[in-house]
Design a protein around this ligand. Structure first.
Ligand code: DQA
Length: 146
């Protein structure tokens, strides 16, 4: 079965509490349940993880390469400045795996500093602005590519 790591960066564990007007009222547990259902519908073996720690995310991207797992990645604030994460994400796509960058909000409709993604240029593609549904679109994109 096609394996997918769904990886969430800093502050996304606070979904439902953090700025619900921007990120919605669903919690990270709600997202986990939705991802499980969407993955099952698509015949994917998906695992959702969240960390506030950059080095942990780097390690998970290395794991994706080594275990041949595709990735849906919401790098959260690391999107905008983490060259370490960018270099790890590049290894995923250079290995021929799909990496979809996901954002709940549309960063291009927000502050100017959110308009830059250092991940986007090395991702297979980006889904932004569709809330929780964006993760479903990312899983569908992966399922359609493999
Ligand atoms: C985010 C957008 C980022 O700018 C922000 O730092 C986040 C969440 C999103 O999902 O919309 O933490 O990645």
């Amino acid at each position: 079965m096609t394996r997918v790591l769904v990886l969430n960066g800093p502050n996304l564990g606070r979904l439902g509490i953090r700025e619900p007007e921007v990120y919605g009222s669903a919690t990270h547990d709600d997202l986990a349940a939705a991802v499980e259902k969407w993955a099952a519908d698509l015949g994917l073996d998906a695992e959702l993880r969240q960390t506030d720690d950059e080095s942990t995310l780097v390690g998970w991207l290395h794991e994706a390469v080594d275990s041949r797992a595709h990735v849906a990645l919401n790098p959260a604030a690391f999107t905008h400045y983490s060259y370490a994460l960018r270099d790890s994400a590049a290894q995923v796509t250079h290995a021929g795996l799909v990496l979809v960058e996901v954002h709940l909000s549309n960063p291009y409709a927000r502050e100017a500093w959110r308009h830059v993604s250092v991940i986007g240029p090395v991702a297979t593609g980006t889904v932004a602005g569709f809330g929780l549904e964006g993760y479903r679109f990312a899983l569908e994109a992966i399922a359609s590519r493999v």
